[in-house]
Design a protein around this ligand. Structure first.
Ligand SMILES: [Zn+2]
Length: 731
C-alpha cells in the first residue's frame, strides 16, 4: 500500500490531531506502509510510538507491538484509546487478564476491530497464542525497546532473543519495525542480526540532547555529598527531579535527608510493594512529591516531561544506562541538569560484582565499566564524548556552556616522564600488582608487602616520591583509559601492559594529563563520620570563658546557658545571626533569644579578626540516626499518623512522645504537626498560644500555662502548639 503525502498528513490530523510530523517520522511511517523492515533509533521524547501507531491504524489487520513491561501496556493502550472513539482499537494481551477478557480481546482481533495489540514476548511464545495469530491478519510486528534484545543493552531480556523464531512461526512475510531510544553501534548490529531484518531501512535521529547540562562532581564523604545534593535541589526550588542510586538502602536514606531538609521526597525501589510504588509514581506525576530517590527500576513507565534534574548518586554501570537515565530530564525541551557524583572506588565496587559472573558477561561488564569511568574522568567535552560513544559525529570540539568541562576547562600538564616511570614499575614488578601497590612502590612506601618481596631494594622504588599517592593512582587510571595498560578482572584487577604500553616504555612519546578533580577519595562512605568542618579549639576556649562569665551574672550553672555539645557546634559552624544560632545543636529559639546575644557578638568579632571562612551558608540537617524511634516518629508525622497511634506503636506514653518531639525539634529537625493540631485544638486557642510564645521570653510550658489557663487552654494543648512554634520558627 503506497500512500500519498497528502493522505499521510490527513491521517495524522484525523487520528492524532497533529498538523505536522516530527523529525523523520514521516519517512519512517512510509517505510512501514511499504512493508519494509524498518529500524528506528530515536532518543526519548522524539516521538517514537507514533511511528508504529499511525501505520497500524492505516493498514489492514492488526499490528502486534512487543513491549517489555506489562505495567506500561495499560498506559500505552489508554493513550491510543484516548485518540479514538472505539476502545477496541487497541488492546493488550498479558497475564493480568482473565479468561473471558482474553477471549474478548481475540474476538475483537478476529472481527478486524483491533489495530494494535500490545504483548510481552513471554505471552507471544505461548502455543495457543501462536496458533491464534496464524489464523488472523497481522499487518506488522513492532518491537519496542528493542535494545532489550542485545546483551550489550542496558536491560537485556533473554526472551527477546526468540522473537524472530515466533514471527517466522506465524508468517515469514510479516515486516518488522524495531524501535529503541538508545543504541551504540554494537547494540544496533546485534538487534538487526538477531531479528534477521531483511534489507532493513535504518533511521537514526541525533542523540544530542541540546537542552541537557552534563556535570560530574567528585564524590566525597557521605555527609558532604548529601549536603551538595541538598544544595543543588534547594537551588532548583520545588522543581521535579530524580536521584538514581544503586542500593535500596541509599534510596531510603537520601529521601529521609531530603525530607528533613524540607524537600518533598520519596524513595522508590523494587522492594516496595506494588501499591506503594504506584502511589509514589502518581504523587510524582501529580507533584505531591518533587524528588524521587530511586534504583534503576524507576522511570521506565514514567512520562513526566518537566523533570528538571537527574542526579546520579552512584555511577551507573554503563554509558547506555547513564544516557537513558539522564534522558528523562528535560523532555519538554527546557533545561535539564544532569549531575553525577563519581569516585573511582565505586567502579571497584561494581567490578567486584562481576568477579563471580561467567567469563563473557564479566568481560562485557568490565568493558562497559571502563567506558563509564572514561566518561567520568575525561577532561574534554562530555557531550562530544557521549555522541562519539553512540557513533555520532559531533564536529564542534566543545559544546559551549552545556557541560562542566567546557564551562570550566581544566589545566593540562605534560607527564611523559612520570608515565614512563609508572609503566616501567609495572614491568619491573612482573605485571602482577594492582593500582594501589604500584603507586605505593612509586612513592617508596615501606609497606610490609614491599619489604616481604624486597621491592624496596629495587632501583625504581620511590622514584616518584615527589608526587603523592593520588597523583600516581590517577595517572595509572589515565593510562588505563588510553589503553597503555589493562586490568585483569579475573585476577582481582592486577595491571598488565598492552602492546601500546610496551611500545611506550621503549619509545616514550608526549602524554598529557588534565589536572582533574580528585575522584579517588579513599574515605569510606559507610563509616559514621562527623559533620563537615572542624572544631576551632581557640574559639571554644573563649566561648567557655564567656559562658562562665554569663553564668555568674545570671546566677545559674553554666550548663543551663549552653551545654558543651552546643559550644562545640558553635566553634565548628561559627553562627553569627540569631537564625544560625537557632540551628546549633541544643539551641532552641527561646534559648537563643535568652542567651545567645553575647555569644554571637563574640563569634562575629572572632570571625572578622581571624578572617575565618565559615562553612557554607546553610547547614544540612542530619537525620537523627542515634535513635530509631526518632526516625520512626518523624516518618510517621510525615505520613500524618495521629499522635496517639505514633505513641503506642513506639511504646511511648504521650508525655514521652512529647519529650521525643522536643528533642527532635531542638536538634534542628522540622516536623509539621499542623494536621494533628487542626483536628484536635480549637483554632483560636492555637492562635493564642502562638501569640504567647511569640512574645514570651521563655519557652517554658509551665510559664505558658500560668499565663493561659484563664483562657481554658490545657497544658497538653500548650505542649503541642509549642512544638509547632519551635519547629516553625527555630528550624
Ligand atoms: Zn562540552
Amino acid at each position: 500500500m503506497i500512500e500519498t503525502k497528502e493522505l499521510l498528513h490527513e491521517a495524522l490530523k484525523t487520528h492524532f490531531g497533529f498538523d505536522k510530523f516530527k523529525g523523520q517520522q514521516e519517512q519512517i511511517i512510509q517505510s512501514v506502509l511499504d512493508h519494509k523492515d524498518t529500524f528506528v533509533i530515536m532518543p526519548t521524547g522524539g516521538g517514537k510510538s507514533l511511528c508504529y501507531q499511525l501505520p497500524a491504524i492505516m493498514m489492514e489487520g492488526t499490528a502486534i507491538v512487543i513491549s517489555p513491561l506489562i505495567a506500561l501496556m495499560k498506559n500505552q493502550v489508554d493513550s491510543i484509546r484516548g485518540y479514538s472513539q472505539n476502545d477496541d482499537v487497541a488492546s493488550f494481551l498479558n497475564s493480568s487478564l482473565n479468561k473471558s477478557q482474553m477471549k474478548k480481546v481475540k474476538e475483537d482481533i478476529t472481527a478486524g476491530k483491533t489495530k494494535l495489540l500490545f504483548i510481552a514476548p513471554e505471552t507471544l511464545t505461548k502455543d495457543e497464542n501462536l496458533a491464534f495469530f496464524k489464523e488472523v491478519n497481522i499487518s506488522f510486528v513492532a518491537v519496542d525497546e528493542a535494545h532489550c534484545i542485545s546483551e550489550w543493552g542496558h536491560d537485556f531480556r533473554p526472551e527477546y532473543r526468540r522473537i524472530r523464531l515466533m514471527i517466522d512461526e506465524i508468517n515469514k512475510e510479516i515486516p518488522i519495525i524495531a524501535l529503541t531510544a538508545t543504541a551504540t553501534p554494537k547494540v544496533r548490529t546485534d538487534i538487526v542480526k538477531n531479528l534477521n531484518m531483511r534489507s532493513v531501512r535504518e533511521f537514526v535521529s541525533s542523540f544530542n540532547r541540546e537542552n541537557l547540562y552534563y556535570e560530574v562532581r567528585p564524590k566525597n564523604k557521605k555527609e558532604q555529598t548529601f549536603k551538595s545534593i541538598v544544595q543543588v535541589i534547594k537551588g532548583m526550588d520545588g522543581q521535579s527531579g530524580i536521584i538514581y542510586v544503586q542500593s535500596r538502602k541509599s534510596t531510603e536514606e537520601i529521601a529521609k535527608v531530603l525530607r528533613v531538609n524540607g524537600i518533598k521526597a520519596a524513595a522508590y525501589h523494587a522492594g516496595l510493594d506494588a501499591k506503594t510504588r504506584t502511589k509514589v509514581q502518581d504523587d510524582f506525576l501529580m507533584e505531591q512529591i518533587d524528588v524521587i530517590c530511586a534504583t534503576i527500576a524507576f522511570g521506565m513507565g514514567i512520562d513526566k516531561p518537566d523533570v528538571r534534574f537527574v542526579i546520579h548518586y552512584d555511577i551507573p554501570k554503563s554509558i547506555e544506562n547513564y544516557y537513558q537515565e539522564t534522558g528523562r530530564a528535560g523532555r519538554d525541551g527546557l533545561e535539564g541538569r544532569c549531575i553525577t557524583y563519581y569516585r573511582y572506588k565505586d567502579i571497584l565496587k561494581l567490578e567486584k560484582f562481576l568477579r563471580d559472573k561467567p567469563v563473557a558477561e564479566r568481560e562485557m561488564g568490565a568493558q562497559l565499566l571502563q567506558e563509564i569511568m572514561a566518561f567520568s574522568e575525561t577532561a574534554s567535552c562530555r557531550r562530544r564524548f557521549l555522541l562519539h560513544y553512540f557513533g555520532e559525529e559531533y564536529v564542534e570540539a566543545k559544546c559551549g556552556e552545556k557541560c562542566d568541562n567546557c564551562k570550566h576547562p581544566k589545566e593540562r600538564i605534560e607527564v611523559q616522564e612520570y608515565l614512563h616511570q609508572a609503566l616501567s614499575a609495572i614491568q619491573v614488578l612482573n605485571e602482577n600488582f594492582k593500582i594501589k601497590s604500584i603507586s605505593e612502590f612509586l612513592i617508596g612506601n615501606e609497606t610490609k608487602e614491599m619489604q616481604d618481596f624486597k621491592f624496596d631494594e629495587l632501583d625504581l622504588f620511590g622514584v616518584g616520591k615527589d608526587k603523592d599517592l593520588n597523583f600516581w593512582k590517577s595517572l595509572l587510571r589515565q593510562a588505563l583509559l588510553q589503553n597503555m595498560i589493562y586490568k585483569d578482572i579475573e585476577n582481582y584487577g592486577i595491571l598488565r601492559l598492552t602492546e601500546k604500553g610496551k611500545q611506550f616504555i621503549s619509545k616514550p612519546v608526549p602524554f598529557q594529563m588534565a589536572l582533574n578533580h580528585d575522584y579517588s577519595t579513599l574515605v569510606d562512605s559507610d563509616s559514621e563520620s562527623s559533620k563537615a568542618g572542624t572544631l576551632d579549639k581557640v574559639l571554644i576556649g573563649m566561648l567557655k570563658d564567656l559562658r562562665k562569665q554569663v553564668s555568674q551574672e545570671k546566677k545559674v550553672p553554666p550548663y543551663v546557658i549552653f551545654q558543651d555539645p552546643s559550644l562545640a557546634d558553635m566553634a565548628t559552624q561559627y553562627p553569627i545571626t540569631m537564625d544560625e544560632m537557632a540551628n546549633i545543636t541544643g539551641v532552641s529559639i527561646g534559648k537563643a533569644k535568652r542567651y545567645a546575644k553575647p555569644f554571637i557578638e563574640l563569634i562575629h568579632q572572632y570571625v572578622e579578626e581571624n578572617n575565618i571562612e565559615r562553612p557554607t551558608d546553610f547547614v544540612v540537617k542530619q537525620v537523627a540516626n542515634r535513635s530509631k524511634i526518632k526516625v520512626n516518629i518523624i516518618q510517621s508525622i510525615d505520613r500524618k499518623i495521629p499522635l496517639e497511634d505514633i505513641a503506642s506503636s513506639n511504646n511511648l506514653s504521650m508525655e514521652e512522645l512529647m519529650e521525643e518531639l522536643d528533642a527532635i525539634i531542638i536538634s534542628g529537625t522540622k516536623v509539621s504537626l499542623d494536621y494533628y493540631i487542626e483536628d484536635n485544638i480549637d483554632e483560636n486557642a492555637t492562635e493564642d498560644i502562638l501569640d504567647y510564645f511569640m512574645e514570651s521570653e521563655t519557652d517554658s510550658v509551665e510559664e505558658a500555662f500560668k499565663e493561659l489557663k484563664e483562657d481554658d487552654i490545657t497544658i497538653d494543648e500548650i505542649q503541642l502548639v509549642r512544638i509547632k512554634f519551635l519547629s516553625d520558627t527555630a528550624n
